[in-house]
Design a protein around this ligand. Structure first.
Ligand SMILES: Cc1ncc(COP(=O)(O)O)c(C=O)c1O
Length: 316
């Protein structure tokens, strides 16, 4: 509804359009990459019971540190991670926002390789972080040498690397992520929202965390786990990312609630049901994104640049 009322909006937000992926009433929503399979009835039951138990304590604020949830997420990820290296928020969009609030902001910049997830530039700009749009190569991959040269020249405070990428499905070889981490003067954000669909499950940037304290891996329960409505996104990184970084911005956000062990049960239940459906047991099915390939285009509506006027296009 347009009222015509002139509000004292920040000048850099004037005229900007909000995230616009339409919410269509169709079974397969490719433009938002939602899992078309609903959660299994057993999981729905468990969530309902957990919500009822939590409702009795809603007079209290939830655990500000979300420790039980973070411990469950660390157990799921493996790679020797513990709760102190995990942080969770309301969807990975909010994780990205907190990272931009903590490490971007006025006078700082974020660089991404387009086409990619259109919320990256939107979140960047709404947190007053200047967006720099670099380009992918003709196969939608990222050339390590060119990426390194771009990062060295422009010295962004944040570099976004999405793998597998939305909308192209292209997974990044680890050596590209490694090369960017070595060159980047600031934070490197590996957006692995689709990690569970990758053909090479070992190709995750989680493996690089011990070597690169300024690398942050962002994951979500929204995609493979079919829980987009639950709004649970999380990051894995150096403990300092939470205590010294996103922790500074966390009072802005409501905490996702999850009782001790609750999410672990959800992971188990979802995995049991999803394995055959998604080919998660190891078979390379058509739903998987390929290392360097692009077997399935993701989110057809996503590949326009959302960067808008304030963005700086960059061609290496
Ligand atoms: C690459 C990528 N990252 C992050 C997200 C955000 O997911 P959520 O906020 O539901 O965790 C999406 C959603 O489509 C995505 O495609």
């Amino acid at each position: 509804m347009k009222t015509g009322l002139a509000l004292p909006l920040r000048a850099d937000l004037a005229g900007r359009e909000p995230y616009g992926a339409p919410q269509l009433d169709v079974a397969v929503r490719l433009n938002t990459n939602e899992n078309p399979y609903p959660p299994p009835p057993g999981l729905v039951r468990q969530i309902t019971e957990a919500a009822a138990a939590a409702a009795a304590g809603l007079n209290r604020y939830p655990d500000r540190d979300a420790l039980a949830l973070r411990a469950d997420l660390a157990a799921y990820l493996g790679h020797g991670l513990d709760a102190g290296q995990l942080w969770a928020a309301n969807g990975s969009n909010e994780i990205i926002q907190q990272l931009c609030q903590a490490f971007g902001g006025p006078g700082r910049s974020a660089l991404g390789f387009e086409p990619s997830y259109s919320m990256h530039p939107i979140i960047s700009q709404t947190t007053s972080t200047r967006w720099i749009a670099a380009s992918r190569d003709s196969g939608f991959g990222i050339n390590a040498d060119r990426a390194v040269a771009t990062v060295r020249e422009l010295r962004p405070d944040l570099v976004f690397l999405t793998s597998p990428n939305n909308p192209t499905g292209t997974a990044l070889p680890l050596d590209v992520i490694e090369a960017v981490c070595e060159a980047a003067p600031g934070m490197v954000l590996a957006d692995e929202a689709y990690a569970e669909f990758a053909r090479d499950r070992q190709g995750t940037a989680l493996r690089l965390l011990p070597r690169f304290p300024r690398l942050v891996v962002v994951r979500t329960m929204s995609k493979a786990f079919a829980l987009a409505g639950a709004r649970v996104g999380y990051l894995a990184g150096d403990p300092a990312v939470d205590s010294g970084g996103t922790g500074r911005a966390r009072h802005l956000a409501a905490r996702p609630r999850a009782g001790r062990g609750g999410l672990r049960r959800q992971f188990r239940a979802v995995r049991q049901v999803r394995r055959p459906a998604l080919g998660l047991a190891g078979a390379a099915g058509p739903r998987r994104a390929g290392q360097g390939g692009r077997p399935a285009a993701m989110a057809a509506g996503e590949h326009r640049s959302a960067a808008g006027d304030g963005a700086v296009p960059y061609r290496a």
